[in-house]
Ligand binder design. Structure first.
Ligand code: 5CU
Length: 384
């Protein structure tokens, strides 16, 4: 498929850096990488990270850690620049001291991975790889250790944000203890990439063998939806209006449920007067990856973001282009590889095709180019 003019920038692409893979190999309980003897009698490495996975997990290999494989994947799909983040479950399973020291080491590793990458083709002065760092967000950590890590990340030129799970310090993202963390992230102008790992209670999915379909298609997005909603309800976006949060998987179910959320807030005596704005306003403060796989879904999310302007973002004047400025192309590489050998990955082609086919509120090529890459260059301060 040919592409509209302008850069193609991937904001949702993961890595298990070699040091992290080594940490997983050394473990005897999940999350872990284990050796597995397959039906042909060969030993292969398998990854076990999700709750309730079959005990053999799934195949894992260099596509998860080898930078050349990432660059090859980018060339195959004509991606000019990627913002690489560590894949789940990050440091969540580690004791505080180890999480702190490993965060520091992995952030330095990622800086090296990005800063020594080739120049982005056609974009003089820009690298092909930038990254999201890690924070030691685990129970028992002291806040100064987190703030120290934010300072470290600020000093690393190619790290432009942090990837964050939904648990915070164990109590979720509405935990008051996180207040200095939001303040420091806002001051450092770092983008928070909010990404799921745990899904929802797997009992809801029954016991039929549906592989990873229900946890990934529904559990992941609902986890993100609940987590960002709790953050909004705690007033974090009122206190830190310049905090830049990008939601995985196009914000999960939040766009679809935002008017219901607003109504529930209005009718609840405990919450009704807590927030500065109608709940729908906050959707215009957030960024969303465009990993939605369908043009109708992208148009819907874009319209919901644009609608936030009616709730105060632009003094009540409807701004239809806002929606197209807050969605950003992503691939989720190396997850969702094609099941059959193929030249291009279906998951990537679906997301690109969706951006091309969306109507974008009549804003055409400009909107498409924004979502494909210009929004990312602006968000991460790589262009005006
Ligand atoms: O397929 C999966 O398990 C995943 C995962 O764990 N993390 C992710 O970002 N995408 C897919």
């Amino acid at each position: 498929m040919s592409r509209s003019k302008g850069p193609l920038v991937d904001v949702h692409t993961h890595v298990y850096l070699p040091r992290y893979a080594a940490e997983l190999r050394a473990r005897t309980v999940a999350p872990r990488i284990l050796n597995w003897v397959n039906s042909a009698g060969q030993t292969e490495e398998r990854l076990l990270i999700l709750d309730g996975e079959p005990s053999a997990g799934r195949p894992v290999g260099p596509q998860y850690w080898d930078r050349d494989e990432k660059l090859q994947f980018m060339r195959k799909h004509e991606i000019n620049i990627s913002f690489v983040s560590s894949a789940n479950p990050w440091l969540d399973f580690l004791p505080a001291a180890r999480a702190h020291s490993l965060a520091k080491e992995l952030n330095n590793d990622l800086e090296e991975y990005c800063s020594t990458s080739p120049e982005a083709e056609g974009f003089a002065g820009l690298k092909s790889l930038y990254g999201f760092g890690l924070l030691p967000l685990v129970p028992e950590i002291d806040i100064p250790s987190i703030l120290q890590t934010i300072d470290q990340i600020k000093s690393l030129d190619h790290i432009r944000g942090v990837i964050m799970g939904t648990r915070g310090l164990g109590k979720g993202l509405d935990d008051e203890a996180l207040e200095p963390v939001w303040e420091a992230l806002q001051n450092a102008n770092l983008v928070i990439f909010l990404h799921p790992h745990y899904g929802v209670d797997s009992k809801a999915f029954g016991d039929k063998p549906n592989g990873h379909v229900l946890p990934l298609a529904l559990g992941f997005p609902f986890e993100t939806t609940i987590s960002i909603t709790r953050l909004i309800l705690a007033g974090v976006l009122d206190r830190y209006p310049s905090l830049r949060v990008m939601l995985a998987h196009s914000g999960g179910a939040l766009p679809q449920l935002s008017s219901r959320l607003a109504s529930c807030i209005d009718h609840d005596p405990i919450v009704a007067k807590r927030l500065k704005h109608d709940a729908r306003f906050y959707l215009g403060q957030l960024y969303y990856d465009a990993v939605a796989y369908g043009p109708e879904e992208l148009d819907f999310v874009s319209e919901i973001i644009a609608r936030s302007s009616r709730y105060g973002a632009t003094g009540g004047v409807y701004e239809k282009q806002i929606g197209t400025k807050r969605l950003l192309f992503g691939t989720d590489h190396p997850f969702f590889p094609p099941l059959k050998a193929s030249q291009k990955w279906q998951s990537v082609e679906d997301n690109l095709g969706a951006i091309r086919a969306a109507r974008w509120n009549g804003l055409g090529d400009t909107a498409q180019a924004n979502v494909m890459g210009n929004n990312a260059l602006r968000l991460f301060n790589l262009s005006e």
